[in-house]
Structure formats: C-alpha cells, structure tokens
Design a protein around this ligand. Sequence first.
Ligand SMILES: [Zn+2]
Length: 425
Amino acid sequence: MLKRACAALAFLFLVAGAYAQQASAPVTALVGGNVVGIDGEAAIQNAVVLIEGDRIKTIGPAASVQVPDGAKVVQMAGKWLLPGLMNMHVHLGLRLPGAAGAALANETDPQQVLRMANNARLSLLSGVTTVRLVGENHGNDFALKTAIQRGEAVGPRIETAGEIIVPTGGHGRLEADGPYGLARAAREQIKKGASWIKIAVSGGIADTHGSINAAPMTDEEMSTIIEVAHRNGVKITAHNGSNEAAAQALKFGIDGFEHGYHLSEATLKQMKAKGTWLVPTIVVSQSGAMEFFKKIGSPDWYLERARSTGKDHWAMLQTAIKVGTPIALGTDQFPFEPNEGTTATIREAELYVDAGMTPLNALRAATVECARMLGLEKDVGRIGAGKYADIIAVDSDPTKDIKTLRTISFVMKGGEIARNDAVAR
Ligand SMILES: [Zn+2]
C-alpha cells in the first residue's frame, strides 16, 4: 500500500514537474521572415523560427515546421532575420576628456551603475545582444551583469574584463607592478567574475602622457599576467597600438589586441598565424567620431590626436583585412552612439566593408566571429537550434548590402522581444 502510494505520489510529482516545465517555457514562433545565411549558405525564405523559453528549438521553411497550438506567433513577413549583433569593445561607464566627461567628475558608484544600466538598455534596443566590457570601474560591471541575468535590469549579455590592469603610469586605472603584483591584480578581477583580462601594453589616444608606441612592461610582467589568466581559463586582451609591445605580447600568447592603431603588416600576419584577435574600433578615429568628440566638448589636443591616429588606423585595418587577421567587431563608443546617421556598432561594420571586407564577412565579424572569440559559439552568434534566441530583423539581405543594418526594427534577446517597431505602443 505504502509502495503504491509512493508510486502515485512520484507520478504526481512527474506530472507536476512536466507541467511546471511547460508553463515556464513559453513558445514563440517568428513566422514568414527570411533567415540570413550567416555561413554563406542560401537564406531560408519564408521561415519559421520556433523558440522555447530562451532558446531556439527549430528553424526551417514554413512548409516543414509546424507551429504548435498555443504558440505566440509574431509575423515577420518581408523581414530578414539575423543573429543579434555583438560588440566586443564597450565601456558602459565611459567618460571621455571634455565637458561631458567633466560633468561626471564627481559621479558616485551608485550613480554610475545606474547610468551604465541605461546605456545597457539602449545598447540592446539598438540591436546589440552581447557585449564584451573591456574596462569598467569598481566592480560596477559585475553588479550590472548580475542584475541583467536576474532580469532586474535590461541589457545585452555581458562578458567583462573588470578593471584595466596596467603598470604604473599606463593607460588604465588599476596599477600593478612586477610579476606578482600583476598576477594578484588579475586574480582579483577573476575572483570578482571577470571572464577576460584587459591590460594596456601601450599608451592611448586619450592619454596626456606616454607614447602610443612605447612597450613599458617587462617580459617577466607580460608573461606572468598572460600565464595567470590562461591558468584560470580566462582570455587576455591588450589595448595596443605599438608593434614592439605587440611582438612581446604575441611571444607570450596574448589572445587579442584592441585598436591596433599602428600595427604593421608583419604583426598582422603573425596574428593571423597565431589566431590572435583584432578588435579594430575603427569608428573612434574616423570622421563620424570627430562630430561626436566635438559634441561632448573634447579638447582640441584630443581631436588632433584622434585625427592623426586615424590615417594609420585606417591603413592598418585595410591590411588586416587583406592578410586575413581574425577580426571581431568593437567600437569603443557606446554601441548605440549616433555615428554618421546610424549607430557606432553599425557604422563600424560599414567601415569594415569600406576597408575591403565583403558584407557577409562584416556581418560575421559582428556575430559568429565574436562568438568564436568569446568561446561561446554553442550559445550565441547564429540563429540555430539550441542557441539562445538572440535575433534581430532588418528590411533586406545584409549580406548583399551592409547598410541595411540601419533598418533594424526588431530585437529579441533570449526569447524575449525587447523591441518590435511593427507593434504600436
Ligand atoms: Zn576602450
């Protein structure tokens, strides 16, 4: 009797469990859109994308995918669906030299994290569903990441490097010296939740001291911090514009370089051979950014330094594309920042095409290549079964014309619609 009661109870739990699972995983069907062939394959015309909970369950032509009863159906006729954009060089708490930055001089951490949350929300609405943060303050990024994961704040998925670690006087805030000092600084960021380490191995455009071309870290320092990151299963990238610093970092196995302003063809070829990533952030040194810098009241010396770096930066990008250096898109501006009539993220992709990439490869640099760099290919970067439902929609095929990214009208992250311009609000 007891045995039977137990069995009955177990059955009840099973039923309840199945019911709970069903109730917690609503099904959404995106119907009638065309799914962009992100690997160069033909688009799926008149597709159905079935989403269960936060992941994609099935995808295929409407004729072959049954939309289950009770599914929420979203009409996508005439739209082109592509993976949510990814931006790999973001500072959500960014403050630059100039009037706008000066107004934030006394910003407290609570104020900053709220400003970052707003920037995260605007990033998502602009079509960016994953960001990599490469330098924030005081752990504010970890707090925001957790809040977004819990649904307490709205924003993209966040991978973050925490604070930028630099030798004293370097291009960053968290200074550490000697191999053990740098090891400890890296371990502290990893302990707080950093999934990347960001160091600066040369100066930056915004610096008032030091040369962009210098390589101020010792071999012992550089090799140790890279080793510590890797021993913790964390990748490490470097703010870098210098070939000398690049050669040193490549020797010890750095995973990527940011900006790369003055990198030579030889360095870019070596990066290709080693699979070292370049995150170009080309928007920050080109004409669209000059308007932005004027708007925020940047000082003349800053504008001049950005402008003079811009020429080398552009030539470097053209060479990187020509030799096939792995490129993941990043902007160093807010992902949604207005730039030449669109956002910084989209402008960055357009500039890759202007510099020699095919539209398909520019799109890949903003999606699958980022996923590959992050080691998150099984979760993000493609519209495919089992991946997070991070999907955006535009008016025509962006593999034919990258400028069509300017027509983003729908943004879904993890199965939740963050924006749908077709629905009146
Ligand atoms: Zn940056």
